[in-house]
Ligand binder design. Structure first.
Ligand SMILES: Nc1ncnc2c1ncn2[C@@H]1O[C@H](COP(=O)(O)OP(=O)(O)O)[C@@H](O)[C@H]1O
Ligand code: SF4
Ligand SMILES: [Mg+2]
Length: 326
């Protein structure tokens, strides 16, 4: 940990998946092994009490970063370092997933789902104290203590996400990794869950790594935004700076495709087509086939990350040229 003000520091993180056919198929069909680089040299930090958003199209590696950060995967390269928490042990992190139904055991009552981490970690001594704590947690997320007796299928999508949040909070984490927590919900319900998460962050002094494919969702959640493309961070900046003056052509593309709130039906088509397959990334800058300002160097040389004035960074030959001309 280089800066004690950070809750999390991730450095040079890489994840390569072996996606080869089975041994038999490889031998019979003479297929080579195949590797997919899902996360490539990703570096970022999240200050204590802050919220960093990780944004990019589906398949760019966001969930893989979330799983690496929470220890569900072991990285191929790089490091993940949490600051010491209140008790001196590394900060406890919990994850909230996109699909609350899949992450809640359907055969368990809500009371047991939320109580499990409390019992497991022996955070309360008696069963009566466990029940009190579960009741408190349900109230905290806007549910009723009476909901303890119910099963997950008796709730709406938004309520189920509240149950997942209560369960995540049950282990008293200081850090939450939220992987598209509202993407499966209706727009009106999304806003309620986002407001709840913002309130919890203030009240419980939580630190968030907040993942979404949608810039408009993270705008009001995050202090800083890191934009990912094909496994790499291509731009990182303070939220307002990113919206006011996006430096990377891909960030500009994402901003252009945010649905217009005043004309929601007029959803602009994704310009420049789809992202390439991470199994065969283009040489040079991975964004070059879609980039409206690509130059010859973009097809041969991968742009290095450059710091620019202010606290942001960007990986783009064109942005670097503008910065050095200024
Ligand atoms: N367990 C896995 N095995 C093989 N490939 C994977 C695995 N998990 C993710 N991938 C691939 O890694 C890339 C990044 O996936 P993911 O992290 O889920 O992206 P995102 O969350 O941004 O949609 C995708 O191409 C995906 O197909
Ligand atoms: S490096 Fe080149 S291709 Fe990549 S985003 Fe910048 S200008 Fe476009
Ligand atoms: Mg994902």
């Amino acid at each position: 940990m280089k800066d004690p003000r950070n809750a999390l520091e991730v450095e040079g993180l890489g994840m390569v998946f072996d996606v080869s056919a089975s041994w038999l198929n490889r031998v019979v069909e003479r297929k080579p092994r195949r590797y997919l680089r899902a996360v490539d040299d990703v570096t970022f930090a999240v200050p204590r009490g802050g919220c960093l958003a990780l944004v990019g199209e589906s398949g760019c590696g966001k969930s893989t970063v979330a799983r690496l950060v929470t220890g569900l995967y072991r990285p191929t390269s790089g490091t993940v370092a949490f600051a010491p928490g209140r008790d001196g042990a590394p900060l406890a992190a919990q994850m909230i997933f996109q699909d609350p139904y899949a992450s809640l055991n359907p055969r368990w009552r809500v009371g047991d789902i939320v109580a499990e981490p409390i019992r497991e970690l022996r955070l309360r001594e008696t069963e009566a104290d466990v029940t009190d704590r579960v009741a408190d947690l349900l109230r905290t997320v806007g549910l009723s203590p009476d909901d303890m007796a119910k099963f997950p299928h008796e709730f709406s999508g938004g309520q189920r996400q509240r149950i997942s949040i209560a369960r995540a909070l049950a282990s008293e984490p200081e850090f939450l990794v939220c992987d598209e927590p509202t993407s499966a919900l209706d727009v009106s319900v999304q806003a309620q869950i986002l407001n709840l998460m913002r309130r919890l962050q203030d009240e419980l002094v939580l630190t968030y790594l907040f993942i979404s494919h949608d810039l408009s969702v993270v705008r009001h959640m995050s202090d800083r935004i890191a934009v990912m493309y094909l496994g790499r961070i291509v731009e990182e900046a303070e939220t307002e700076a990113l919206f006011d003056a996006p430096q990377h052509p891909y960030t500009r593309l994402l901003l252009e495709t945010i649905p217009d709130l005043h004309a929601p039906r007029r959803r602009r088509a994704a310009p420049g087509g789809e992202p390439p397959s991470p199994l065969a990334p283009p040489p040079g800058c991975a964004f070059n086939p879609r980039c409206p300002v690509a130059m010859p160097v973009c097809r041969t040389d991968r742009p290095a990350e450059t710091a620019r004035c202010g606290a942001g960074r960007v990986a783009c030959h064109a942005a670097a040229a503008t910065a050095s001309a200024a």
